[in-house]
Design a protein around this ligand. Structure first.
Ligand code: MN
Length: 419
């Protein structure tokens, strides 16, 4: 059986249910997948509720033990726990796992790379055969458009209203240029820096009142080459610079990434219903106010993190107490590392209701595995952690910060003695 047949089988299983709890990952892909699921359940007259979460916890499994659950964009890494709790589950997830679960749609079982070629919302599209636009927005939220949509995403693109073309890959192509530049995390020197963007444009002889879309061909070429030169001069790697131009995807004049960023900002502030609504109705205007609030919080957060930055021999770290929201700690840690060009692993710490939340990020060229280092250090400090090679996180009890830092630094020293 191929993935398409399996998707049809899952659709049949869903249609037989009376009532389903959708448990979706709290990010743009999860919201997009939940929105497609919701439309499908409505169409088939199936009662439903939607819950969002960042990970599947014991508590959640206990709470929904007796329900039929449709997991969207999570579940693959919790198959043991789901089986153990005897939950009636359907898992629609594209995170890596080869574990078998009967009612699951897992691209890796069909030799398809779920990291690059299909998102969870894309899998929901395969099940429902509808809402390709929403599915691609979810995929863009997971950065699967990075090198142009490929594989199953490309098939979905053919059935969508999304337009693909080559252009500058910054959003706000309709906004005045200084705003477009200062909104883009792809060009770190300008990010959040409106004044610097204005000066840069003036030096390049470009009208700051115009938007990118209003520039003529020559002006576009001139601006693009000024950006490339500036980044090269600052020592950015070729790969990062190349990201500036390439395939862009637009839906009704909005950049898909911009929509995904808007959905993500809504999610960060717990506005799940509004996010689902925006996905379904395509009214992206409302997202603007969340994006503005989100940008402001990030800007303030970076300032706080910078003021509290400390250094040890192998790492840098900041402790922000409750002054930074825990949902944006990872973003801020990553941006501070980039913005300050920090050359050691950076540890960010904030306090929330459960203890100390930790995010760590490492510079791109460092040969290191943060996931392993943080898992060991977190356990030693009475908590737990994990993640990816260059970006990871942990939770530890209050009061164990010093212990964590000590163990984490020792792990880094162990992995990278030359640092
Ligand atoms: Mn996803």
């Amino acid at each position: 059986m191929g993935i398409v047949e399996k998707a049809e089988e899952i659709a049949g299983i869903i249609k037989k249910k009376r009532c389903i709890t959708i448990v979706a990952h709290a990010d743009a892909d999860g919201v997009a997948g939940a929105a497609i699921a919701k439309l499908f359940l409505e169409e088939n007259g199936i009662e439903h509720e939607i819950k969002f979460t960042n990970y599947i916890e014991e508590e959640l499994l206990n709470e929904f033990r007796s329900n039929d659950i449709l997991f969207v964009d999570l579940g693959n890494s919790s198959i043991d726990a789901i089986l153990h709790h005897g939950i009636n589950a359907i898992i629609v997830d594209h995170h890596f796992s080869k574990d078998f679960f009967p009612n699951s749609l897992n691209p890796f079982h069909y030799g398809i790379d779920g990291g690059e070629e299909i998102s969870a919302s894309g899998l929901m599209y395969l099940i429902t055969k509808k809402h390709a636009d929403i599915a691609l927005m979810g995929a863009a939220g997971d950065l699967q458009d990075r090198n142009g949509f490929r594989g199953l995403n490309k098939e979905i693109l053919k059935n969508s209203n999304v337009v693909e073309r080559n252009d500058i890959r910054l959003y706000g192509r309709n906004l005045p240029l200084p705003r477009m530049l200062s909104f883009s995390p792809l060009i770190p020197p300008f990010f959040k820096n409106f004044g610097m963007s204005v000066r840069f444009l003036k030096n390049a002889g470009i009208d700051t009142k115009k938007s990118w879309n209003e520039l003529d061909r020559e002006e576009k070429k001139a601006l693009l080459s000024s950006i490339v030169k500036m980044m090269a001069k600052l020592g950015y790697e070729k790969n990062d610079i190349m990201q500036i131009y390439g395939k862009v995807y637009e839906l009704n004049g909005y950049d898909l990434r911009e929509i995904a960023a808007g959905i993500n900002s809504m999610v960060k502030y717990g506005k799940y219903e509004e996010a689902i609504h925006a996905c379904i109705n395509g009214d992206y205007n409302k997202m603007e106010k969340f994006m503005i609030a989100h940008r402001k919080n990030i800007k303030d957060g970076i300032k706080i993190a910078r003021e509290n930055l400390n250094e040890r021999s192998k790492i840098k770290y900041f402790i922000a107490g409750k002054k930074i929201k825990d949902t944006i700690l990872g973003t801020i840690t990553g941006m501070l590392l980039e913005g300050e060009r920090i050359e050691k692993p950076l540890v960010g710490m904030v306090e929330n209701g459960n203890g100390i939340k930790i995010s760590v990020r490492a510079p791109k060229n460092m040969k290191i595995n943060l996931s392993v280092a943080i898992a060991r250090a977190a356990i030693a400090a009475g908590g737990n952690g994990g993640g990816h090679r260059m970006a990871a996180g942990a939770m530890i009890p209050k009061g164990n910060v010093e212990e964590f830092l000590k163990f984490f630094e020792a792990e880094i020293a162990n992995q990278s003695p030359s640092l």
